[in-house]
Design a protein around this ligand. Sequence first.
Ligand code: GDP
Ligand code: IMO
Ligand code: MG
Length: 425
Amino acid sequence: MNTVLVGAQWGDEGKGKVIDFLTEEADLVVRFQGGSNAGHTVVVGDRKYVLHLVPSGILHEGKHCVIGNGVVMDPFDLMRELEQVESWGFAVKGRFHISERAQMVMQWHRAIDRAEEAARASGAKIGTTGRGIGPAYAAKVGRSGMRTGDILKPDFANIVREQVAEANRRLKALGAMELDPEEMVNLYQPVVPALMPYVTDTIQFLHEKLDAGASVLFEGAQATMLDIDFGTYPFVTSSNPTAGGACTGSGVSPRAIDRVIGVIKLYTTRVGEGPFPTELFDKDGETLRTRGGEFGATTGRPRRCGWFDAVVGRYAQRVNGVDFWAMTKLDVLDTFPVVKICTGYRRKDGFVYTTFPADLDVLSECECVYEEMPGWQCETSNITDYDALPANAKAYISRILELIGGKLGVLSVGPARETTLRLGI
Ligand code: GDP
Ligand code: IMO
Ligand code: MG
């Protein structure tokens, strides 16, 4: 059984927690896009682990974890994270693999990311994580990037020199400080021995495992509405976090995918800039942020919070072909007397969009159409059986499923492993 898991909203839906839950029955966990802009949290007992580049499956001994060709990998972020994972007591050697085709995020990509963001006018800022993601993907598509396999080459130092010379032209144009090529050559020397043991042809590796009957879990980072093609462009990330990205980012055929699981929070959050139709600026938004602990796992920024948006949910169901939903953070809504679901965006002339408009100017002129439902006002985090949920909570979930399509597969009612209800999967 090969499963693709994707985020349905603007990220931080609880993908890390659900991946950790599903890793139990997988043999391999594969990251296929994004980079250290991701922050995936797994809570085990009283310990909290946050993973950025390494697949969340690493917390399960014996499972293989792969960074696929579609990922952009910052070698220093990765080295730090691997050390951290080992310090937590999990073995890495022999079960962690990086594609030689994965692009590398270098210091100059981070410098360009920061300089480009600083140069954007107010209102045009993206609020990137500053991890060099956009410039690394731009270099990839521009056919001038560096791949992980380059660290195996004898002329690695020269590749670095050429890259820095090219990047300096861009940095100069942006009015940012240029980098010293020799300093960069020296800086990157330790990367070679540290990462060499993990670099391999992961396409070959994955296919050997698949041929032998292994189950693969594809761990999406970011989310549908941050997708470079399907998201709120240009306020997006630079990769395809949607289900199709699992194939292009790993070298596995769409025909090998058995199911798609969408992770969706039972309200909405967004971190960084860009449109967010159901955003709340009142005390309800504050309650969601406080109760949900909505602060970025990568940057620590407070997340913007709002009601559940069924237009987004339906769009994500279609774009990804979601079979099953993993619905998360029901418990965060426990105290609300009323919960709201956005079912459409109403234009000034009365027309209601029930699918996500491509044009953000159109969106900015719309207002949300809400359905109100009574809250349940009791604790759900201790519930282990779906039937034992308060009737109003079940009605809220059922109404959402009716609006967005797909089936319920997992329901999460707290951050810890045990607070996960398994339903139809
Ligand atoms: P990801 O990026 O999709 O992996 O999500 P993050 O880890 O960035 O953010 C999700 C946050 O919500 C983390 O702090 C999780 O520990 C927490 N979390 C996940 N599921 C639940 C849940 O059902 N209830 C509550 N209260 N917290 C949850
Ligand atoms: P996970 O995997 C939430 C957002 C940034 C910014 C935009 C572009 O934890 O869900 P980038 O650095 O990618 O160029 O920034 O995307 N963003 C995320 N928001 N969760 C994430 O990852 C994100 N990764 C990027 O805040 O708005
Ligand atoms: Mg996150």
